[in-house]
Design a protein around this ligand. Structure first.
Ligand code: THG
Length: 366
């Protein structure tokens, strides 16, 4: 089997020793860093995620820190979501766009204080864009990547595991809020968030030296809960409609095409660099949009864009797909033209192994 060549450009994480000891079987590269993709098998990991609790090395969710008197102004330049009501202690899912309204990233932003934010990024070099805006507009901020590495606890037993390590206070954290919690004498941001629909937390581990002690403490505290190392699961995230930047959307999509219009308030997002471009689509609505699709048949791996056809006419594309054991169909995320995006529309998908029947769904599965 081929391997990813280890090198300085493909960064290890503070938890990599634990991930290796847990028997990781596959990696991808995300933000120039190792991201585990499979431990036992994607289907076994999926079943276990839905029944127990997992600890995920998601250090690849790198932070872009924005700090200084102009931090709030800079943040609003980056996103069409209105940030005026955002308070310290809150996390916001924020589409970030360029001057044409094209998606640059779909991070989670944390407001630490009036003049300090973390942008927890998906897989694109957002740091360079943020630095360029700060420099070009002569803003009074510093922008960099701090030594902060998220570790996720996901699954139905996540509350119990987190409470054993950080105390019962974590049970009271609301969705997309965070608090500060102590582990071995150091305080960490613990948020109720994560890249699954099973519920759980993300700990923003500040200081590489705290990585393995926390990893080991979670593994020991959760032994009787059947805790296991895990990672974002392809099947579960498609069932839940969690988008993957670079796969399901790129710079050629607006947030509205991605179904992220509900996170935009373009009219009041004064200062957003993509505002003028987006005001048009926000008014008219997109002409293609993300859809859940089911596909029948024994499919090859979805490692490339699959054209979606109505007869011989191209009406969209599928960008993520996996067999779902729970729903007994291939679940997929695609982008479909408005002429063919109604639920129940019968289409076909052109894969590297031929055509398969597909149907537009009313929504995602979870
Ligand atoms: N957590 C953190 N950082 C991240 C991710 C994360 N950075 C990379 C990547 N994931 C960014 N993309 C997403 C995509 C979806 C969500 C979060 C980050 C998400 N969406 C919720 C949903 O669709 O159900 C809704 C969020 C809301 O309602 O506000 O959670 O996972 N730290």
């Amino acid at each position: 089997m081929a391997v990813i060549a280890p090198s300085r450009r493909v960064r290890r994480t503070p938890f990599s020793d634990g991930v290796e000891a847990a028997g990781v079987k596959g990696y991808t590269v995300y933000n120039h860093m190792l991201l585990p993709t499979v431990f036992r098998s994607v289907e076994e990991d999926y079943r276990h995620l839905k029944e127990a609790v997992q600890v995920w090395d998601v250090a690849v969710e790198r932070q872009v820190e924005v700090r200084g008197p102009d931090a709030g102004r800079l943040m609003q330049m980056l996103t069409p979501r209105d940030l005026r009501g955002m308070l310290p202690g809150q996390c916001y899912y924020v589409p970030m766009v360029d001057e044409t309204g094209g998606m640059l990233n779909d991070p989670v932003a944390l407001k630490l204080s009036e003049d300090r934010y973390w942008i927890s990024i998906a897989d694109s070099d957002l740091l360079f864009w943020v630095k360029g805006i700060a420099y070009g507009f002569r803003l009074d901020v510093m922008v960099d990547e701090p030594d902060v590495s998220p570790l996720a606890i996901q699954g139905p037993k996540a509350d119990e595991l987190a409470a054993r390590v950080f105390g019962d206070g974590v049970r009271d954290i609301r969705f997309f809020r965070y608090g500060w919690f102590d582990f071995e004498g150091t305080s960490f941001v613990v948020a109720r968030s994560g890249y699954s629909k099973q519920g759980g937390f993300e700990i923003y581990v500040e200081g590489t030296e705290h990585g393995m002690p926390l990893w080991n403490a979670l593994m020991e505290a959760g032994r009787d809960l059947d805790v296991h190392a895990g990672c974002p699961n392809l099947i579960e995230r498609i069932e839940g409609g969690l988008l993957s930047y670079g796969n399901d959307m790129t710079r050629s999509n607006t947030p509205h095409e991605c179904g992220l219009g509900r996170f935009c308030s373009t009219q009041t997002a004064i200062g957003c660099v993509g505002r003028d471009a987006l005001l048009r689509v926000a008014q008219e609505g997109p002409i293609r949009q993300v859809r859940a699709l089911s596909i029948t048949g024994d499919l090859p791996p979805c490692d490339r864009l699959w054209p979606v056809l109505a007869g011989d006419e191209r009406v969209g594309q599928v960008t993520s797909c996996a067999w779902s054991p729970d729903f007994q169909t291939n679940v997929a995320i695609g982008m479909v033209r408005m002429t063919h995006w109604d639920p129940g529309t019968q289409l076909s998908v052109e894969t590297q192994s031929g055509r398969f029947d597909a149907e537009v769904q009313a929504g995602f599965w979870i």
